[in-house]
Design a protein around this ligand. Structure first.
Ligand SMILES: Cc1cc2nc3c(=O)[nH]c(=O)nc-3n(C[C@H](O)[C@H](O)[C@H](O)COP(=O)(O)OP(=O)(O)OC[C@H]3O[C@@H](n4cnc5c(N)ncnc54)[C@H](O)[C@@H]3O)c2cc1C
Length: 79
């Protein structure tokens, strides 16, 4: 479960970071302005790559589990 939780946290926080970065770019200078919600979202999502285990630490956990248990740790249960 460690690797799976790390994959979920890493994928979600990195994806949301890419999405909000594009949102801010679309808004131009206003996206950087504190009076716009996109600026707040950018700051709020940025910390997701830091707290509860940084992205680098998630990658270390995934790599260690792959070394210990092989690629089977990546398999998700099927319904
Ligand atoms: C707004 C906010 C709220 C927080 N709230 C809480 C809370 O309620 N409870 C709590 O316990 N903590 C909380 N934290 C702390 C948070 O969990 C830590 O900031 C986080 O774990 C990263 O630790 P650090 O800041 O000491 O960074 P460091 O560990 O100093 O890391 C600095 C950088 O080095 C990288 N790095 C570190 N070690 C390695 C390595 N071995 N290999 C590769 N790269 C590495 C990191 O990925 C990062 O990029 C909060 C942090 C923030 C910003």
């Amino acid at each position: 479960m460690h690797a799976k939780a790390s994959i979920a946290k890493l994928a979600a926080s990195e994806a949301s970071g890419r999405v909000i970065d594009r949102c801010l770019q679309i808004h131009g200078g206003r996206g950087y302005d504190r009076s716009y919600a996109v600026e707040r979202l950018y700051r709020e999502l940025r910390v997701d790559r830091i707290w509860e285990g940084t992205s680098e630490i998630q990658r270390l956990i995934i790599a260690n589990e792959l070394i210990k248990r092989g690629s089977g740790v990546l398999h998700l249960p099927t319904a």
